[in-house]
Ligand binder design. Structure first.
Ligand code: CAP
Ligand code: MG
Length: 394
């Protein structure tokens, strides 16, 4: 067994030669022959080209097991996604996929909760979840945030989350925010609206992030949120070990790596790493929205997160970014029932306010679940109708 890494490559060299360059640079080679190598190094540690697909500019590199500490993601990344991106002989190179051997996957505990657990908590066994990002993304006080959260909860959302830019600023400390929001979500529950998740953003630097996760849970948080690209996979793993609540994983900054289809890193290996490190939900892009992504890549992420993988629990993909009720059906056609569809502007920008916005999003989800076209459903659901009219015009 070994680790197979798939790269999209553009180079003046043949694909096989380009693949060899990558394999050598990332295993035992450097720019010139060295006189310090040994037979053991050449035999046991040298990566090789496994295969090439000329039609699609694809090279698969086979990295021997012995190169890795499989429970050390920074070390794995320094090989499979290391210096190769700067090699001047490669015009473009993109890491498209990582195929881990079973023994590597078995070294990780993965998520503590699966999709079924998340759905059961909010009583949504047979439908997608609907979420919201409190907007404006920053500036509301903990009390103001909790009022918006309450309106969203009684309007029918299953999950409320912070924006990635809201952490622990002076105007909205995370502990006060958790206490206030959970109080209002408890009130919504007492009034008969069921459970609602609140993903408080605990993103911060390394020791602090674990303290914040633990503090947040001690103050009642039923979910925490972390930004995996800015904090790193190690931070995610630490959080997932430290607390028993689900971990919502945002991916701000990912597009610096994922946006260019010819160079960088695809969302697919990132999704696999997040699953290994214990994320229970991960933003994987929207089929239709303000930043909609490559649909083939979203499909691949969905597959990697939701299907059986050496016994690890599965992960709920999150469609977010510029979504409003009129875009729900398109996104659900892509994701299917096992996802969260989130709207910030698409709920809090509803002409009749947050509660009506949440109702409209939920109605759009219900329409899709019942296989009724959104527009038709809107004829008998006034919040949805208002939303469709509002955003159709804009
Ligand atoms: C969505 C969002 C998220 C994006 C990130 C935002 O808000 O909170 O950060 O979804 O993109 O601030 O844009 P809106 P992705 O609903 O108001 O757009 O999910 O693709 O990582
Ligand atoms: Mg955001």
């Amino acid at each position: 067994m070994s680790l197979l890494a798939t790269y999209y490559v553009e180079s003046e060299m043949s694909l096989v030669e380009a693949g060899r360059e990558i394999a050598l640079e990332e295993s035992v080679g450097t720019w010139t022959q060295v006189h310090t190598s040994t037979d053991w190094i050449e035999k046991e540690l040298k990566a090789t080209v496994d295969s090439v697909d000329k039609d699609n500019n694809i090279v698969v590199v086979d990295y021997p097991d012995k190169l890795f500490e499989y429970d050390n993601i920074p070390q794995i990344l320094s090989i499979v996604a290391g210096n190769l991106f700067g090699l001047s002989e490669l015009k473009n190179v993109r890491l498209e996929n990582l195929k881990f051997p079973e023994k590597a996957v078995k070294m990780y505990s993965g998520p503590k909760h699966n999709i079924k657990d998340l759905k059961e908590f909010v009583d949504a066994e047979n439908r997608p979840l609907v979420g919201t990002i409190v907007k404006p993304k920053v500036g509301l006080s903990p009390k103001e945030t909790s009022k918006v959260a309450y309106e969203a909860a009684i309007g029918g959302v299953d999950l409320i989350k912070d924006d990635e830019t809201l952490t622990n600023q002076d105007f909205c400390g995370y502990i006060d925010r958790v206490v206030n929001v959970m109080e209002m979500l408890d009130k919504a529950k007492e009034e008969g609206h069921g459970n609602t998740f609140y993903a408080v953003n605990i993103t911060s630097s390394c020791n602090e992030i674990v303290d914040r996760a633990v503090n947040a849970v001690e103050h009642g948080a039923n979910m925490v949120m972390v930004d995996v690209i800015t904090t790193g996979y190690s931070a995610l793993k630490m959080i997932s070990n430290a607390v028993d609540v689900p971990v919502h994983v945002h991916r701000t900054m990912h597009a610096a790596m994922t946006r260019n289809p010819k160079h960088g890193i695809s969302m697919l290996p990132i999704s696999k790493l997040v699953r290994l490190c214990g994320g229970t939900q991960l933003h994987t892009g929207s089929y239709h929205g303000k930043m909609h992504g490559n649909t083939k890549e979203i499909d691949a992420c969905k597959q990697a997160l939701t299907t059986e993988w050496h016994g690890l629990k599965n992960v709920l993909p999150v469609a977010s970014g510029g979504i409003h009720p009129g875009l729900v059906a398109n996104n659900l056609d892509g994701y299917g029932e096992n996802c969260i569809v989130q709207a910030g502007g698409g709920i809090h920008g509803h002409p009749d306010g947050t509660q009506a916005g949440a109702k409209a999003m939920k109605q759009a989800i219900d329409a899709w679940t019942k296989k009724i076209p959104t527009k038709q459903y809107a004829e008998t659901h006034k919040e949805l109708k208002t939303a469709l009219n509002h955003w159709e015009k804009s």
